[in-house]
Design a binder for this molecule. Structure first.
Ligand code: ADP
Ligand code: MG
Length: 234
């Protein structure tokens, strides 16, 4: 099943009210985390305090991501080298993936590709989708990241392909809805944030998935000024 993502669905569900509410939760949360930390330093109930800390940290992540969802995505675009960006991100994720018997491979059509993107936000998108792919393969497997360049349409495509548990058509349909998760400890905020970042780049996302077989995520970004070699810019 394929899903084309054109519009972001985040603001309808979150709204400004929710973002303000999240801000109000941040401060008391921070002080509770600090106080529990103090208690842990000298306390026989360390085991329970650890659980409290973990749960509080989870709430903190939830609130932080919630705030992100309520904000419009602002990009700092620069002429960036995409091949190196992907390679660095794959290297970063590989150490953790190996522990889960997962090998991440990167295959690129080009040695070098310059495009106007916000590097740190695109990296965030890659990390999120690679994480999801890793989490979809509890028994290990191959995670393939591909870079394809379409010079005619002036766009490039990053494909993240896993051979994991895949999704039902209904699950694919739910992607992008804030807080949609099938994981016990999931937050369901990764994909909505990614959709937003890609959309802000005037890009799009295509999803192919089959239950029990795996998932391919296609991130499509415009090259805008076409392929630009660094030498020509100098
Ligand atoms: P989370 O990872 O916290 O659940 P996400 O927004 O990252 O939140 O993903 C939402 C849901 O989409 C996941 O819970 C999962 O059901 C589904 N999903 C995302 N990526 C994949 C994948 N590669 N394979 C299978 N299911 C996926
Ligand atoms: Mg996720």
């Amino acid at each position: 099943l394929q899903k084309q993502v054109i519009q972001s669905e985040k603001l309808s569900a979150v709204g400004k009210l929710g973002a303000g509410f999240a801000h109000e939760i941040r401060n008391p949360l921070a002080s509770i985390i600090g106080l529990v930390q103090l208690l842990r330093e000298n306390n026989e109930h360390n085991k329970y305090l650890q659980i409290i800390t973990d749960e509080l940290e989870r709430m903190k992540t939830l609130v932080n991501q919630f705030v992100l969802l309520g904000k419009p995505t602002k990009l700092q675009k620069m002429n960036s080298e995409v091949v190196q960006l992907i390679r660095n991100t794959v290297d970063l994720m590989n150490s953790n993936a190996r522990l889960n018997k997962i090998q991440i491979e990167f295959v690129s059509e080009e040695d070098e590709l310059f495009a106007p993107i916000d590097e740190s936000q695109v990296k965030q998108v890659l990390i999120n989708f690679i994480k999801n792919a890793v989490e979809a393969m509890p028994d290990g497997g191959l995670l393939l990241v591909q870079l394809q360049v379409n010079k005619i349409d002036k766009e490039f495509r990053i494909i993240i392909h896993d051979e994991g548990e895949g999704m039902t058509p209904e699950e694919v349909e739910s992607l992008g809805t804030p807080f949609f998760t099938t994981k016990e400890r999931g937050l369901g905020m990764g994909i909505p944030i990614c959709f937003d970042i890609v959309k802000a780049h005037n890009g799009s996302i295509e999803i192919e998935s089959a239950k029990g077989r795996g998932t391919s995520i296609h991130l499509i970004f415009p090259l805008q000024n076409g392929m630009r070699r660094k030498k020509e810019d100098d």
